[in-house]
Ligand binder design. Structure first.
Ligand code: NAD
Length: 473
């Protein structure tokens, strides 16, 4: 039997008609790892046809029954969490604790949306005494989901759980380097009794399979998580086809630490914010804004904590050699932009290293417009900038193409509220950093994207509203 990972269409494994495949490499050893089928137009059409055929059955399945199946799936994910983690660790090299918590969080999505299946209802609208008017929230149809490689199963669950709960069927295209757990998810769906065709997976390259998927006539909504560049391409196709799209893109999120904050708590969360998943998180806190009066004391705490992290057990590798080289490019840039290296940096990496590890790196700069201070690096790299006043902290934070999340550290509740309201971001965390809760709406403003995943808002993004007016006399 071949070890090749195959597409999953209509509850069956399917190879590419032309036998095309891609082989990925371990981010830890550089050795070849997974060979997967590489899909094209034919496989995408098959998957979309299966999802279209399954759509009437799934949308007409009692909401309660859909909920039971999605809940059963959350149980199955928890029961299989160790082996799902094994697959994610093999592909990403991430620490086991990180993989396990992301998988538990994936189960949370299905559990949460299983409980909300009755929610996409509608409302009665008071028009005239001679009319009965109401709205219905209906599924949109076939939803295309395209996911990145940084949090593979979790990103799939985040989009697919509300899409399925709302009665849509799905075709998903995972990132080629992390396809295993999306296929495992599809198999678990079959095992718990979710009907064939409701969830289909096409593997392969984004520019081929992903592009073909978004262009399929029967695809009525796209949920994309990934880079700004690809988001822009997909947004254009969706605009051309006049279909709704949710774009969850990048970030350069700021943690703002005021002098009156609990500095120990702020320091450990600042470190977590930029080193979790080796900084390969869209909402990573990679800009640190520190008030000038506590600059030395606070930076010393952050550097001291980040220095204790071990490569491998605390900070995993970057996903591919290309990503490693991209981060190195930014590390090379830092001295040319006159940033002060407080930890790590280009001297701490090697071109010949086995494994794509970059040690936690911290720079200090007053040039908040430099490339290292403005561009998303997607590695464990923090850039610290000093500010004097609340207004200056707000101005620097908002002076960004991105607007995903921000942290505010202060004991002054009025300041916390004023700053939170002034920040141009999708979510603000005060005296904590991103909690990952499935219940809270998540998404960006500006180039961080539009639309919201998570929470009740996501369910609404996977429905369309119909209004019915009945003349009663
Ligand atoms: P990417 O945009 O290169 O790829 C994302 C997905 O899109 C992959 O499945 C890829 O195969 C596919 N794709 C690539 N080209 C395509 C095309 N032309 N048409 C259709 N699909 C295509 O991003 P990446 O490198 O996988 O992920 C890193 C980026 O994702 C970062 O910028 C990061 O900030 C962002 N991200 C955002 C979030 C969020 O929720 N906002 C979460 C994770 C990652």
């Amino acid at each position: 039997m071949s070890d090749k990972l195959l597409h999953w269409i209509d509850n069956e494994q399917v190879d590419s008609a032309d036998g095309a495949s891609v082989t990925t490499h371990s981010p830890v050893t550089g050795e070849p790892m997974t060979t997967l089928a590489s899909g094209g137009e034919r496989e995408v059409s098959l998957a979309v046809a299966a999802a279209s055929a399954a759509a009437p059955l799934w949308r007409n399945t009692d909401a309660k029954q859909r909920g039971r199946l999605l809940h059963a799936l959350s149980v199955a994910i928890r029961e299989n969490s160790q082996s799902l983690a094994d697959d994610e660790i093999a592909e990403t090299g991430k620490p086991r604790s990180t993989a396990l918590s992301e998988i538990a969080n994936s189960a949370d999505y299905f559990e949460y949306y299983a409980a909300l299946v009755h929610l996409p209802a509608g409302e009665v609208i008071n028009t005239k005494a001679t009319e009965h008017t109401f709205t219905i929230r209906e599924p949109i149809g076939v939803v295309a989901v395209i996911t990145p490689w940084n949090v593979p199963l979790n990103q799939a669950a985040r989009a697919c759980a509300p899409a399925l709960a709302a009665g849509n069927t799905v075709v998903i295209k995972p990132a080629e380097v992390t396809s295993r757990t999306t296929i495992r998810l599809a198999k678990l769906m079959g095992e718990v009794g979710i009907p064939a065709g409701v969830f289909n997976v096409v593997l392969g390259k984004g520019s081929v399979a992903g592009d073909a998927l978004v262009r399929q006539d029967a695809v009525r909504k796209v949920a994309f998580t990934g880079s700004v560049g690809v988001g822009r391409l997909i947004g254009k196709i969706a605009a051309d086809r006049i279909i709704p799209v949710t774009l969850e893109l990048g970030g350069k999120s700021a943690n703002i630490v005021f002098a009156d904050a609990d500095l120990d708590a702020a320091a450990s969360e600042t470190v977590r914010a930029f080193t979790s998943n080796a900084g390969q998180v869209c909402s990573a806190g990679t800009r640190l804004l520190v008030q000038s009066s506590i600059r030395e004391e606070f930076l010393a705490k952050v550097v001291e904590q980040a220095r204790t992290l071990s490569l491998g057990s605390d900070v995993g590798p970057l996903i591919t050699r290309d990503q490693y080289l991209k981060v190195q490019e930014h590390l090379n840039l830092a001295p040319t932009e006159h940033a002060e290296t407080l930890l790590g940096g280009i001297g701490a990496t090697s071109d010949n290293a086995v494994g794509n590890y970059i040690p936690p790196t911290i720079y200090a700069t007053q040039n908040s417009n430099s490339r290292i201070a403005t561009e998303e690096i997607f590695g464990p790299v923090l850039v610290a900038i000093t500010f004097e006043s609340d207004e200056e902290a707000i101005r620097i934070t908002n002076d960004s193409d991105y607007g995903l999340i921000a942290g505010v550290w202060t004991r002054d509740i009025s300041r916390a509220l004023t700053v939170a309201r002034s920040l141009e971001v999708g979510q603000v965390f005060v005296n904590t950093w991103s909690t990952g809760a499935v219940e809270t709406p998540f998404g960006g403003v500006k180039e961080s994207g539009y639309g919201r995943e998570k929470g009740i808002e996501a369910l609404h993004h996977y429905t369309q509203l119909k209004c019915v007016v009945i003349a009663t006399v």
